[in-house]
Design a protein around this ligand. Structure first.
Ligand code: SF4
Length: 256
């Protein structure tokens, strides 16, 4: 199987009407139910990347006070680039995955020294930064620059996978490509920031792994998987969570 096949298949299956309906439902839901988070009030790519690095494998409630302390101490990419590493780690280490403090320092130095303090606006360039993969690059592009860039973290993967009836639990590359193709196919030409944030919120708060709240979901009417999940599906979700924890504990993976 070539890597292009899943993308062509899913583009063909997603009609303009289905795409427009999905986008409208997601955006309307977000305007009412979107979470009020400090990194959503800025379009500064530095603040966006700080929040995204901190949110890797870490809950929003844990990140909130650390993010606010970090931004108060190092408000700009240049202030971070010249910081004492021990001052940075003192703030970021309580989050766990202690490599993140070093990533942020290295990112700040690269952006300041090599790119004159300006973040690049391509997935390829952003992905050369430490700790940054396709997801984080897409987050920076869509959240800071309103670029039409898809995102696919664990929550979005589950939400889109269930909605489109794709095998979102399978870690094999071709399935990941399918989900990325779907994320790319649904991203709108406008309101990209709100739309991608909405996908994350829907995955985190409505289409949850063990108990999706389908009856309150804005896309329930056309979802391929809507309704209570069966015991076997619940067991599969718990297995995914278990393996994710194992992978997390030895720091082999960070979701991208
Ligand atoms: S209807 Fe249910 S399974 Fe489908 S996307 Fe919404 S919450 Fe998830």
């Amino acid at each position: 199987m070539t890597m292009a096949e899943p993308r062509l298949k899913y583009f063909a299956e997603l009609s303009p009407l289905a795409r427009d309906r999905f986008q409208a439902s997601v955006l309307a839901w977000y305007r009412i139910h979107g979470r009020d988070l400090p990194w959503r009030k800025t379009r500064d790519p530095y603040a966006v990347i700080v929040s995204e690095i901190m949110l890797h494998q870490t809950q929003v409630s844990t990140v909130l006070p650390v993010y606010q302390q970090f931004m108060a101490t190092f408000p700009t990419v240049r202030s971070l680039a010249s910081a004492d590493p021990s001052d940075v780690k003192q703030i970021t280490d309580p989050l766990g995955y202690k490599i993140r403090g070093q990533w942020l320092l290295d990112i700040a130095k690269i952006v300041t020294e090599q790119w004159h303090g300006e973040f690049p606006r391509t997935v390829e360039a952003l992905s050369t930064l430490p700790g940054v993969g396709r997801y984080t690059a897409g987050a920076v592009l869509s959240f800071a620059f309103e670029e039409k860039a898809p995102i696919l973290d664990t929550n979005v993967n589950r939400f889109l996978g269930r909605y489109f009836g794709a095998d979102y639990r399978n870690p094999r590359a071709e399935y990941r490509h399918q989900l990325w193709a779907l994320a790319e196919a649904v991203v709108p030409d406008h309101d990209v920031h709100a739309f991608n944030q909405a996908l994350m919120d829907l995955g985190a708060t409505v289409c949850t792994s063990r108990k999706p709240a389908c009856l309150t979901c804005p896309v329930y009417a056309n979802c391929q998987s809507g309704g209570p999940i069966s015991p076997s599906e619940r067991a599969a979700e718990e297995s995914v969570q278990y393996h994710r924890r194992l992978a997390t504990d030895d720091q082999r993976t960070v979701p991208e």
